[in-house]
Design a protein around this ligand. Structure first.
Ligand code: GRF
Length: 199
């Protein structure tokens, strides 16, 4: 049993999750990206479910169903989105209810969305950060599990600020995943024990 990681980018959060010794059993990407190479180098089964092959109008439900099918053989108990560029539809929440986590490069509820780093800079904020949260159907809106502040420095560009945030994410995300996984396993054992008692 282990973690299914969904990624679209450079995969540095995935690498941090792997370096933390967390049991990643599957990596899925929605586009060709370095995260797939990180998975392959670590010997983790990696699959590309290409977003752009789901039609001009983008069939989000069909895409999500394909992601769920790709995860299915890998005994996934927790899904961790690590820079995944597609908002997923209901089928993944049905398959992994309250078992999907995400990391976001801002202090939610401030600056949700794909341009969180640029938006924080444009707003003239002095502090931003990162948020690890449970993913829900509404993007960047689920219950917050952990947050850490990152100061915005004079002269910061979106790139320099994002790099500083990612350095923090690479510590906070694996640490939080570890706690969530332990809680899930504990809850699983408790419900198993309750079922045995009830017999
Ligand atoms: C992270 O900042 C994550 O919060 C955001 O995308 C970035 C992923 O970076 N959604 P990487 O691909 O893990 O390097």
């Amino acid at each position: 049993m282990g973690i299914g990681v969904l990624a679209s980018g450079s995969g540095t959060n995935l690498a941090a999750i792997l370096e933390a010794g967390l049991p990643v059993t599957s990596v899925i990407a929605d586009r060709p990206c370095r995260a797939l190479e990180v998975a392959v180098a670590a010997g983790v089964p990696a699959e590309l479910v290409e977003r752009c092959s789901f039609g001009l109008g983008f069939d989000r439900v069909a895409f999500t169903q394909q992601v769920v099918r790709a995860l299915a053989p890998h005994r996934v108990e927790l899904v961790a989105m690590a820079g995944f560029g597609t908002v997923l539809a209901q089928p993944i929440h049905d398959a992994y209810p309250e078992r999907i986590v995400n990391t976001h490069p801002a202090l939610l509820p401030a600056f949700p969305g794909w341009h969180a780093v640029e938006d924080a800079l444009a707003a003239g904020a002095q502090v931003t950060g990162c948020t690890v949260h449970l993913a829900t159907l509404e993007a960047d809106a689920g219950p917050i599990l952990a947050q850490q502040e990152v100061p915005i420095l004079e002269g910061d560009s979106p790139e320099s600020l994002h790099e500083r945030i990612k350095a923090v994410e690479r510590r906070l995300y694996p640490r939080t995943i570890k706690v969530v996984l332990a809680q899930l396993r504990e809850a699983g054992q408790a419900s198993m024990a309750a079922r045995v008692d009830a017999r």
